[in-house]
Ligand binder design. Structure first.
Ligand code: GN1
Ligand code: MG
Length: 370
């Protein structure tokens, strides 16, 4: 039997690396919307070793070399900080990007650009938050990530996707696709379009604060969702954050906002039963507690003040992005069923409504943390 083309491509890319032994298993790693990821199991001296080999989507990241260079700079800085702090088990507390045989951070093979990282065993990344403990752990993980990078002093990271969290620009792109309506989907999404446009005033709030000098540029993750947090499988405690593709200069509030978006409703991003979607104050409180415990010390007064606003804003931005992609014909986010991007947009809208209806109570929760 001939191996399928994907297996051939994976093996071809893997051959660029000095693995400890022959590959005994290749499994796709599900979850992401953008890249293709595979878990490789290799025979090693007396056991097996696992790795994650990923093909970077170069429609989304046109300069994959910049992506891996950013990841190298950031993980090396975090590793050094953990070493100085005497943290145990460092290989489980930060990703390890592995070089090719000729010392590069990625390799072009089989029509794609690939990179390899060490797999962290006995860990899992939840798809949705189920209880406050998990929300707190995720807050700690991303808070620590920001704290460890606050004293980064290397070369400025490349903006691999310019204006990634520039919400007004996202709205402009959305307007263009609504006007064009290439798939004739506007008529059936009038309500969603009106909802999002009604909140356009929110789009520039954080960027205005940055322009006025109230919130600083930092190095942030930019995709701070629950499925990018690794928890130890037995202890259910945070280990590190993963998926560092979009680590770039940005605002701390982009990450906190994405956490609110993805960690305060115990539902999947594409849930179709909207009665299951809504911000639960206990999850929000646990998330904010964890985040502030790690990152509180680096936050400016304006960053502290806008934590709730950030949640609403990043959820709005994500709704705009999902709906824009739905209207464009699902060209950016991978889908596994029709209307999935519309469903994703609807969960975000439901969440915005839920945040709006509880805003004062959420502000009280935050105020008590400082
Ligand atoms: C995308 O591929 P994935 O799932 O890590 C997206 C994020 C979105 C997220 C929504 C490069 O991330 O911005 O917030 O989906 N990444 C990119 O789930 O666009
Ligand atoms: Mg991502």
């Amino acid at each position: 039997m001939n191996p399928d083309p994907t297996t051939v491509a994976v093996r071809h890319a893997a051959a660029a690396y000095a693995l400890p032994g022959p590959i005994t298993r290749i499994e796709p790693l599900p979850g992401g919307h953008i890249n293709d990821s595979f878990v490789l199991t290799c025979a090693a001296a007396d056991d097996v070793e696992r790795f994650i080999l990923q093909r970077i989507n170069d429609r989304v990241f046109p300069r994959p070399r910049d992506v891996v260079e950013n990841i190298h700079l950031v993980t090396a800085h975090i590793r050094a900080g953990l070493e100085r702090a005497g943290v145990a088990d460092i290989d489980r507390r930060v990703l390890t990007l592995l070089p090719t045989r000729d010392g590069r951070w990625c390799v072009r093979r089989a029509g794609g650009v690939w990179r390899l990282i060490r797999h962290i065993d006995n860990a899992r990344a939840p798809l949705a938050v189920t209880d406050p403990h998990q929300a707190e752990q995720a807050g700690l993980a991303f808070g620590a990530f920001q704290r460890l990078l606050a004293n980064y002093d290397g070369p400025r990271l490349v903006e691999t996707i310019p204006d990634f969290h520039h919400t007004p620009t996202r709205f402009d792109a959305f307007d263009r696709v609504v006007a064009e309506d290439p798939c004739r989907r506007v008529a059936r999404t009038r309500d969603e379009i009106a909802f999002l446009r009604g909140r356009r005033g929110l789009a520039s709030v954080l960027l205005d604060l940055q322009r006025q000098g109230h919130i600083p540029e930092r190095i942030v993750h930019n995709d701070a969702k629950i499925s990018n947090v690794l928890l130890d499988r037995e202890r259910e405690e945070w280990l590190c954050v993963v998926d560092l593709d979009t680590v770039m200069p940005g605002l701390s509030l982009f990450d906190f906002g994405d956490m609110v978006r993805s960690m305060t409703s115990p539902s999947d991003e594409d849930e179709t039963d909207l009665s299951k979607v809504g911000l639960q104050p206990e999850l929000f409180a646990a998330l904010a507690r964890g985040y502030v415990a790690e990152a509180g010390g680096i936050l400016t007064p304006a960053e502290r003040k806008h934590l709730v606003t950030a949640g609403k804003l990043i959820t709005l931005e994500q709704a705009v992005r999902f709906l824009a992609d739905y209207l464009a014909g699902d060209r950016y986010y991978r889908i596994t069923r029709p209307d999935q991007n519309l469903d994703r947009c609807r969960t975000q809208i439901r969440l915005i409504e839920s945040i709006e209806s509880q805003e004062a109570a959420l502000q009280d929760i935050v105020a008590k943390l400082f």
